[in-house]
Design a protein. Structure first.
Length: 149
């Protein structure tokens, strides 16, 4: 039993010349939408992001000793008493991570705009607001110069 080429070539002769059907109910699909049907499907959408988030490292917050807390408090009191020394201060603070345990230590250098005792926050001139309880270090360059005056 071989393959009958003649029968195969004329298999659809009865419908080949018919007019192409156009639906009256459904509009024709655009080429863009037709192509989208064959685009790759991401069954695990968000999986790459989840892996990246899990791999992202955070730092644990270091618990400050009472003497270190007292030292930071003294520096803030000194800054409150010497507003002209607030021009260029370097502050290191802990910034908690919004998505997972831990966070990161951030260091900013700039002018302190306001020390808010009621809200317990430090306002930097660039708009950064730092919770005083998150402070890890305060560096005041030229502090000795102010104490000599």
């Amino acid at each position: 039993m071989g393959w009958d080429h003649a029968a195969e070539e004329h298999k659809y002769d009865d419908i080949r010349m018919l007019v192409h059907h156009r639906s009256r109910v459904h509009p024709p699909m655009s080429l863009w939408d037709r192509a989208a049907q064959f685009s790759p499907f991401a069954a695990l959408s968000g999986h790459e992001d989840a892996i990246r988030e899990t791999a992202r490292l955070t730092t644990e917050r270091a618990e400050l000793s009472e003497s270190r807390k007292e030292e930071l408090n003294e520096q803030l009191v000194w800054l409150r008493e010497h507003p002209d020394a607030r021009e260029r201060v370097t502050v290191t603070y802990f910034c908690p991570d919004a998505k997972k345990a831990g966070g990161a230590y951030v260091t900013v250098t700039g002018a302190i705009k306001k020390i808010d005792e009621y809200e317990k926050t430090l306002w930097m001139e660039d708009g950064t607001v730092i919770a005083i309880e998150e402070l890890a270090a305060v560096e005041i360059p030229g502090k000795d110069r102010y104490e000599e005056e």
